[in-house]
Design a protein around this ligand. Structure first.
Ligand SMILES: *[C@@H]1O[C@H](CO)[C@@H](O)[C@H](O)[C@H]1NC(C)=O
Ligand SMILES: *[C@@H]1O[C@H](CO)[C@@H](O)[C@H](O)[C@H]1NC(C)=O
Ligand SMILES: *[C@@H]1O[C@H](CO)[C@@H](O)[C@H](O)[C@H]1NC(C)=O
Ligand SMILES: *[C@@H]1O[C@H](CO)[C@@H](O)[C@H](O)[C@H]1NC(C)=O
Ligand SMILES: *[C@@H]1O[C@H](CO)[C@@H](O)[C@H](O)[C@H]1NC(C)=O
Ligand SMILES: *[C@@H]1O[C@H](CO)[C@@H](O)[C@H](O)[C@H]1NC(C)=O
Ligand SMILES: *[C@@H]1O[C@H](CO)[C@@H](O)[C@H](O)[C@H]1NC(C)=O
Ligand SMILES: *[C@@H]1O[C@H](CO)[C@@H](O)[C@H](O)[C@H]1NC(C)=O
Ligand SMILES: *[C@@H]1O[C@H](CO)[C@@H](O)[C@H](O)[C@H]1NC(C)=O
Length: 459
């Protein structure tokens, strides 16, 4: 897995990038790169920026980054953001750059939408997420970049999302809402040791990217903020999300890969995603979500050491007829849930479509999803699996799952058009998830047995 072509490995070594790759065939959280400091650094203050929370500094950020482009072949450079409140509109990053936010440095998103550029929709979506047509560009964007790091001493990026949420709720947006950080077609990017607040929509959105590291970040948005999402790997591979705390209105971590006919045509999956040691809360969505946009396919995701609390659903899978694509080879291992309405929620009826041109016969597949070593307290519904009649969910496995449910709850498990296996599950699951006994014990059809290229996970 994650085999890096030798040529690329050499190229990276020669171009003096700060990513020191470990074993070249094993990225993700087990073999994270070491982040080094850059040989050159400039402060945003040197470009005339004023950290008073009032002066608009968009031009200072754009000029600083334009200047730092010239260091790309000299080991790259750091843009240092000192303590202060640095108001800005959207700006672009460049390759071989570290954006470093000092303790008490806050990059404040301008509350005026006119300060956020407008860009064309992503090809795998065909439109913006909120409205058809173009969308606002993210506060911090990277387009076709290599080797970019956003880090610091727990400085903050605050999107001041309130104006956007109000406009969303009152249907007065001009274009779809922006995100805080979006990387499009980027390789080797890392975000670590910083805090994200009040995103207009998503917080961290890598799209069409390879090798993304999200480490030790904190993400907060108010519970009632509409459709705010935390980290959203989208048509991206080789992703590690670790040691992070995410509290949002909707989904805390959401793996996606494009929407209906646009996602099918674009055809870029999300795969090889490793999530470890995260604490998640999602008021109205799922703490760990797959879809509903998954038309390019989602596979090979391992999520472990999950602490999920105060959420509508713990782990959610969403798809619908018309999506096409697949969700397969997913394992959630070692999850603790507390105060969660539905612990596991998988639905094939997530009917929202980009337009009316989608192909109603494009059936999605969901196969090979394993939940193991899950404990939950104060859960209302243990699990709901609602597959698609023409394409039932298959090989859904529950192993060592124990959920405590107040006796007032009436439905423990709700199952239709789903098949799979279960062992040591409390409360007893629906018969669709056939019990494995010790006499015929073999969870042989449960993922993971072997990883796609024959490497086995350590279980
Ligand atoms: C940011 O990057 C995009 C994509 O390359 C480009 O279209 C846009 O003009 C850039 N914006 C600025 C201010 O440079
Ligand atoms: C990222 O890697 C892919 C696959 O190796 C390559 O096709 C693409 O050009 C790279 N992107 C950049 C910005 O270097
Ligand atoms: C996480 O970030 C905090 C604040 O910057 C820092 O004190 C702590 O050492 C970091 N933890 C890890 C595991 O990097
Ligand atoms: C970083 O700062 C935020 C507040 O801005 C705080 O909630 C969080 O705990 C800090 N993170 C770490 C790892 O210290
Ligand atoms: C995070 O911050 C801690 C404490 O300053 C530091 O030791 C660690 O190297 C940083 N990690 C990353 C990935 O930036
Ligand atoms: C149980 O969880 C629900 C959310 O599903 C929450 O509203 C309620 O307060 C929790 N009860 C206790 C005793 O914590
Ligand atoms: C079952 O899961 C719980 C919670 O993760 C764990 O403590 C326990 O060791 C597991 N039991 C077995 C037999 O693996
Ligand atoms: C599959 O779902 C449909 C509704 O979508 C339902 O009518 C049908 O009975 C289900 N089939 C099974 C075998 O549960
Ligand atoms: C295992 O044995 C039990 C009890 O005999 C039976 O109900 C179940 O269908 C068997 N499961 C498999 C996967 O063979």
């Amino acid at each position: 897995m994650m085999k890096m072509p030798v040529g690329l490995f050499l190229l990276l070594a020669l171009s003096n990038v700060v990513f020191l790759l470990g074993k070249e065939d094993d990225w993700e959280c087990n073999n994270k790169p070491t982040l080094h400091s850059r040989p050159h650094s400039v402060s945003i203050a040197e470009f005339g920026a004023i950290g008073d929370g009032k002066t608009l500094n968009t031009l200072a950020f754009q000029n600083a980054i334009f200047y730092l482009k010239s260091f790309a072949d000299k080991g790259g450079a750091q843009l240092y953001v000192p303590a202060g409140k640095w108001l800005t509109g959207s700006f672009n990053l460049t390759s071989h750059l570290t954006l470093f936010l000092e303790k008490d440095a806050v990059i404040l998103g301008s509350p005026d939408p006119a300060h956020w550029e407008v860009a064309s929709p992503l090809p795998s979506y065909g439109r913006g997420i909120d409205l058809p047509g173009p969308r606002h560009r993210s506060l911090i964007s990277g387009y076709m970049l290599n080797d970019v790091i956003i880090t610091g001493h727990n400085g903050t990026v605050d999107g001041q999302g309130l104006t956007w949420w109000d406009k969303y709720n009152s249907h007065s947006l001009d274009y779809s809402r922006p995100h805080l950080v979006e990387f499009i077609f980027c390789n080797y990017t890392a975000i670590s040791n910083i805090t994200f607040l009040n995103a207009p929509a998503y917080n961290i959105h890598p799209v069409y990217c390879s090798y993304v590291l999200v480490l030790n970040v904190s993400v907060f948005a108010p519970p009632d903020s509409p459709y705010t999402l935390g980290v959203v790997p989208d048509s991206s591979d080789g992703v590690c999300i670790e040691d992070s705390r995410i509290v949002v209105g909707h989904d805390a971590i959401s793996v996606k890969s494009g929407w209906d006919e646009y996602g099918i045509a674009y055809g870029r999956p999300s795969s090889n995603i490793h999530i470890r040691s995260v604490s998640l809360k999602s008021f109205s969505g799922a703490s760990l979500a797959f879809g509903s946009e998954m038309s390019g396919g989602i596979s090979d995701v391992r999520a472990e050491q999950l602490h999920i609390s105060d959420s509508y659903s713990g782990i959610g899978f969403r798809t619908a007829k018309g999506r096409g694509g697949y969700i397969k080879n997913i394992i959630a291992d070692d999850a603790e849930m507390e105060n969660v309405y539905i612990a596991i929620d998988a639905t094939g009826q997530s009917e929202s479509h980009p337009d009316d041109k989608y192909d109603k016969d494009a059936l999605p597949f969901l196969n090979g999803i394993t939940f193991q070593n899950v404990v939950g307290t104060n859960i209302s519904i243990a699990g709901s699996f609602s597959g698609i009649q023409e394409s039932p969910f298959t090989s859904v496995c529950l192993l060592n799952v124990s959920l405590s449910i107040p006796s007032s709850s009436s439905a423990y498990w709700v199952c239709s058009n789903v098949s799979g296996l279960s062992q040591s599950v409390v409360p007893e699951p629906c018969p669709d998830l056939e019990g494995i006994t010790t006499s015929n014990s073999s969870s042989g059809s449960c993922f993971p047995l072997l990883y796609s290229n024959g490497r086995s996970w350590t279980l």
